[in-house]
Structures are given as C-alpha cells and as structure tokens.
Ligand binder design. Sequence first.
Ligand code: NAP
Length: 512
Amino acid sequence: MNSLTLICAPVMADTVQQMVTLMIKSKECGADLVEIRLDHLKLFNPLQDVPFIINNSPLPTLFTYRPKWEGGEYEGDEGKRLDVLRLAMERGADYIDVELQVADEFINSITGKKPENCKIIVSSHNYQSTPSVEDLGNLAVRIQSTGADIVKIATTAVDVTDVARMFHITASSQVPVIGLVMGERGLISRILGSKFGGYLTFGTIEPGKVSAPGQPTIKDLLDLYNFRHIRPDTKVFGIIGKPVGHSKSPLLYNQSFKSVGFNGVFVPFLVDNVRNFFETYSSTDFAGFSCTIPHKEAALQCCDEVDPVAKSIGAVNCLIKRPNDGKLLGYNTDYIGAITAIENGLTGTNFTDVRSGSPLAGKIFVVIGAGGAGKALAYGAREKGARVVIANRTYDRARELANVVGGDAISLSELESFHPEDSMILANTTAIGMHPKVDETPVPKHALKHYSLVFDAVYTPKITRLLREAEEAGAIIVNGLEMFIGQAYEQYERFTGLPAPKELFRKILGEH
Ligand code: NAP
C-alpha cells in the first residue's frame, strides 16, 4: 500500500561515489526519494557530478544546496549556488529546494524554463522555535506567493504541543506542504504526516545520520510505526512520559494493531506538562494514551471521569478519549497486571480462578515504595484481602498510603529486621536495581528468607539483584515484565475494544 506522505532519505557524503552508494541503500531501505545534499560534498564539479548523480539514482531526486545562513554547509558564492540548482533542474532533477530568502529571484530566473515534471520546494527553517498558527499561516502564504510548487516549513519543538500548530497548517493547506518540527519533542510531526496531510517526511538510512535534529530512521518509520498504513482516519494513540524514548510500547502496540488490521498508530509523546498536552491534543483523533513516569498522578487531574479504582490509587496509566463526546476517561491497569502476575506466581498457573478466593487473602504484603506503582500494588493487595505494609524512603508518604489502604507503615531501614511472620509477600515498586544501577537492591539477602514470593516492578533487567537473591533464598519470584504484559493486555483491550493478542505480546517482548 502506498502512503500519502512520501519518505525522503537525506543523502550526505563527501564524494559523489559515496552518494550513489547511499542512494542505492535508500531504495533498499524503502525510501520514495532521495535528498541530495550538495553542500556536504567535499569535491564537487557541478557540470560532471550533477548529471552523474541524476543518471545513477535509483529513486527520484531532490536537490538541496543549503547555505550556512540557512543551517547548511555551503559558504561560497550565492550566484554559483543558484546556477547549480538551475543546472540540476535542467538535467532532470525531480525536485529543487530553494530557501525562501532567495526564492523570488530564483523563480523569476526560471520562468518559462522549468521542465514540467520538476517541482520547486521553497523552504523556511526556524532553529529556535515554532511560531503561532497565525504566523505559520502567513509564512505559508508568503512562500506560496513566490510561485512555489511545494511549501516547506521546518521549525523547532520547544514543547510537544508546538507540533499541533504545524499539523493545523499541513491539514488545512490547499497546496502541498512539508511541515516538520525538529527535535525530540517534534518526532510526531515526522511520523504522522499521512494523517495530517504532510507532503513528505525525512527518514535516515542509519540511526543518528540526520540532516536535521529528530529525524527517525526509515526502518523505524516503516517497521515500528507502520508508516504506510497511516491514513487521515487513523486514530492516534501514544505513551506520555519524560523520558519516553526507551519505551517498548510503540513496538508492542503497533505490531499488535497491524496483526489484526486495527486502524491506529501508537507514538511516543515526550511531554513536559500534561495539562497543556491534553488541552492541545483534545480532538478525538488522539484516541488513547498510556501514561508513565512522571505524569501518572498529574494525568488523573486532567481526566473528566476517573475509574473508582484509579481514583483510590491516585494515579492513572491509561486514558481513553470517549468517541461520542471526547471526554477523557482515566484508568489504572498497573494494579491488575501486577496483582494477577503475583497471584499466578503463588498458584503456579497462568490463570487464577478468583471464585475460589485470592491466594493473597490474609497474607502480609509488603510494598516498597509509595509512588504510582506502589499505590497500585497496595490498593490491589488490599482488594484481595492482604494485610498491607508500606515501606518507603519518605516515611510520611508511606504513612499516608498506609492510612488510605488501612495498612501499616515502616521506614525503609526497618525493612531488614521486619519479619512478624514467615511466608510474606514482598513487592519492590521503586527504581532501585534498575539499569544501569543493577547492583543495588532494596533489601539485604538474609532478610528475604521470610518471604514466600518476591515481586519486582523493575523490568530492566528482567531478573534484578533482588529477584536473584530472593530465588536463592527459596522464594518464588515474579518479574516486572509480567506486570508490564498484564497491564498492557488491559490497555490494548481498552484502546481497541478487541481481545489482546497475548501470544504475540509475549513473542514481541521476548524478542526485545
Ligand atoms: P514514582 O511514582 O516516581 O515513585 C517512585 C517511588 O520510588 C517513591 O516511593 C520513591 O520514594 C521511591 N524511590 C525512588 N528512588 C528511590 C531510591 N533511590 N531509594 C529509595 N526509594 C526510592 O514511580 P512509579 O511510577 O511508581 O515507578 C516506580 C518503578 O516501578 C519504576 O522503576 C518503574 O519502571 C516501575 N514500574 C514498572 C511497571 C511494570 O509494568 N513493570 C509499571 C509501573 C512502574 P520517595 O517517596 O521517597 O520519593
């Protein structure tokens, strides 16, 4: 299936021979066209090299000869630079990029001479910020007035909400627009072009070999984000967090969406302020969100309705935009994932029949941590009839949570000598032991013999030091991946209304 937005591979090299190699690779990777960045060439003989590049390109060509004053590498004579672009046009380039500042002059000079199948892209770059919608609109009109075939506006994302203004421009324009927002916070502008009417996006052959900040690889566009399947009616889902780049959720949900032909795309949203985020992306095009550190508690405050369980926990990790009225509904699937995994661990099965009562009933359940995951575990354990004890670095937070769930609070230092009985359950919900600090552990090994089951919410690494030592001490261990998988099943079902492809989830996470 052809996507509506083209993928263009920027080709930057010292020599034309290297460029040809990269152009061939671009085609192999799945690009639709190549951008020849002439300003990166160290040795360049225009009369010989321009036709050579065009004749040897396996893909349509876009010629760019970017000067220093617009963020490129070229520092020479302007007249000569524009002569080279005219040469490329005459010799069969499919697209020529001209900076707005010189566009009137350039387009005047080619009046009546432009080959029919060559398109002129007039571009403007802002490396500091993204202007208001009004200013962007005026800029697009100004670019169009030069006689451009295609408008290109590249700005910089200071906040993820900046991208919404660019989507507004690409979606409402009557002429083709390349509207991209540079930087990590602008990534969605590069993925969602086909949904919001962007003409072209840039994808690199290799990670990091970018011509502008924030460009994804072609492989990620195609394989991770199912780029060729995105259409104007595709629903957007995503994970809200800071940081968010490490998240496996886009991979998990996009592969699962694809496996059943669900018309959705799942993207990372690097969010600084959740309220601004929800106010900006308020349309039902943005249909559902996973929420992670540090926003789970603030996100709850943004919901129109909150599931009672999530409200008691005080945190949401799953938000759905109700299709009929656009109201934002908040849920907490963390506790279901974790508690189910622990119950299954205790019963030694993949399914615990709740009708026969929870194996957690009556047990002492020690939760380390009182943040989002800690609250989820404490509330879930209480629901199952366990006697909950909270141990937290900040004792007051432990006390507060213990009061809410009707349990006890202890300080982190008391944990080592805490053993009112044997066969207790221990759940670490702090980041202690998480990569890269894999040698850390919240409880010394000798204290673990009092627990029949130890759970760790951390899942990088899968087996933490805590779990390794707990197993050596004779406890059943349950890792954070089981919690992650369990909460993801729940979220998937809420996002799509379809049963989660459980085998596929395990396969994808096992492979990564
Ligand atoms: P959070 O809301 O920020 O809470 C963090 C908790 O950890 C707080 O109680 C904090 O204590 C404590 N803490 C942090 N650093 C500590 C340290 N160095 N020493 C002692 N205590 C420390 O975070 P969260 O959302 O609950 O997530 C916590 C962990 O659970 C993360 O590692 C996350 O990756 C993991 N998690 C896993 C899953 C899964 O599916 N497996 C799901 C959610 C979360 P203070 O109150 O004293 O600050």
